[in-house]
Design a protein around this ligand. Sequence first.
Ligand code: NIG
Ligand code: FE
Length: 414
Amino acid sequence: MGDQLLIKNAAQVVTPVGHTALKGAAMKDIKIYENASVLIEDGRITAVGDETEWAKTVPADKQIDATGKTVLPGFVDSHTHFVFGGYRADEFLWRMEGMTYMEIMERGGGINNTMKATREASGEELIDHSMDILKKMLAFGITTVEGKSGYGMDHDTELKQLEVMKELEKRQPVEIVRTFLGAHSIPPEYKGRNEEFLEFLIKEVMPDVKKADLAQFCDIFCEKGVFSIEESRKFLQQAKDMGFDLKIHADEIVTLGGAELGAELGCTSADHLLHASDEGIKALANSDTVATLLPTTAFCLKEPFAPARKMIDAGCAVALATDFNPGSGFTNSVPLMIALGVIYMGMTAEEAITALTLNGAAAVGRADKIGSIEEGKQADLVILQYPSYKFLPYHTGVNIVETVIKKGKVVHQA
Ligand code: NIG
Ligand code: FE
């Protein structure tokens, strides 16, 4: 018998079911086991149910009594920019005074501001800073996080950011999915020369990213004033040909057709989508591309929220993620994200859970391994302090995660 862990007597064990994203109406079909246990062996879930006999075979010190508590799959934060140098608190307050995100960017603030600080930071400085953030993520129940480069936009800093994420995975329990986002903005040295910058990324940076296995995904900021639909299509197609899986920052500030492009190219996810058109929503619903929505970013930018209800009703697979970054949304608060999803975006509590677990896992291409509590899946779990998943939106904005389990080991206890 391998290394065991038993979570017993949980008021509820709640999980979506499946190995792929759940679309449309299926998103609310979560399974609820009452008075249930979860048996874990060697980091994997081996059984779920109301079997009391299991307690006899598992050593007492390997049993967690979850009486009055709720067990859920670990949360998957499938879109973040958590490795960066410096902060942009001034910009946040300028936005509150009426300046727009794009106006700040055009004046040399925004992404290029963080770029300067990230280029200057050493790898160890970025590691120290990111360790603290990962600890906070873990306390919110995040057991897998996607992290993007994109604050270097030169060869060495892009690789540095990705190497930092690779190293961080060795030093702490949160699993990290790496994305190359060199095409995040146009750095000053390429101002007005988008095509040449994208050529540079394709020819001189991405082969080295690939060679060192530094990123699974390639992403681009497809936006008016940044990269056009045509530039994004060509760039992502080239990335796909090099063996990268794809993501796209789509229709965040204006309606451009990023949602349609994401579906057309078979992107694993199309993200933001605040201004996705009806055609874009239809295209996503008819594809395997996950629609990743980032409510805290809309909130911090004072923009209208992405139309989650409309998307789910149209048959899309929706994921929720934090987009944690130093600019458009400097928060990784999962409770705030859930509150916004349920209170303002018309999602049910059940849909929000699927969006944060199985669909988040699908958005990073790992729904076969994580994102649900099922036999054979990796034992990534959270235990909530309360007897029902309904407390997630109900105890509004409050972190109710008590225990976090990663690969069968307790890695955080509130
Ligand atoms: O997803 N929109 C582009 N990228 C980030 C923001 C990054 C930043 O402002 O530093 C986003 O919102
Ligand atoms: Fe982002």
